[in-house]
Design a protein around this ligand. Structure first.
Ligand SMILES: [Zn+2]
Length: 145
């Protein structure tokens, strides 16, 4: 017998509204466990929700996806599955948040020495632009010599 056929039948009730009858491999922590490619299409992992422009919206996982990687180490991976019906659209930033974000990004581009806003983020270690960093480096070498 193909081990993939050894599954249990379970009924899942979400909020007493939707009844899914599906085949799962058993239960872990009270949640139905599905193998790779076996989960119902209405259940998605966090990453799959994100790809679909959705977020879990504070819901608890309703099932688990358990699979092993094909290659060398065959670690068991457990991913939480969330109900698409209870997911929400990804939040979009408010204008105020966008302003705050752009200010924060500007702050990361300002050189502490020359005060010029660069078109790249200055390194967090020195907070200097490339030119000032080179100058400082040359000065250090000059002092050392
Ligand atoms: Zn500079």
């Amino acid at each position: 017998m193909n081990p993939r056929n050894r599954r249990q039948i379970s009924t899942m009730v979400f909020d007493g509204l939707t009844h899914h009858v599906c085949l799962c491999r058993g239960f872990r922590d009270g949640l139905p466990v599905f193998g790779w490619g076996e989960a119902p299409s209405t259940l998605l992992t966090r990453a799959q929700l994100r790809e679909a422009g959705l977020r879990p919206n504070g819901q608890d996982p309703v099932a688990l996806l358990v699979f092993r990687h094909v290659k060398p180490f065959a670690h068991e991976t457990v991913a939480e599955l969330f109900s698409v019906e209870r997911a929400a659209l990804k939040r979009t930033a408010t204008p105020a948040q966008l302003v705050a974000l752009s200010r924060a990004m500007d702050a990361r581009r300002v050189c502490v020495d020359c005060g010029v806003v660069q078109d790249y983020c200055v390194p967090t270690s020195t907070r200097q632009c490339g030119t000032c960093e080179d100058t400082a480096m040359a000065d250090q070498i000059g002092v050392a010599a």
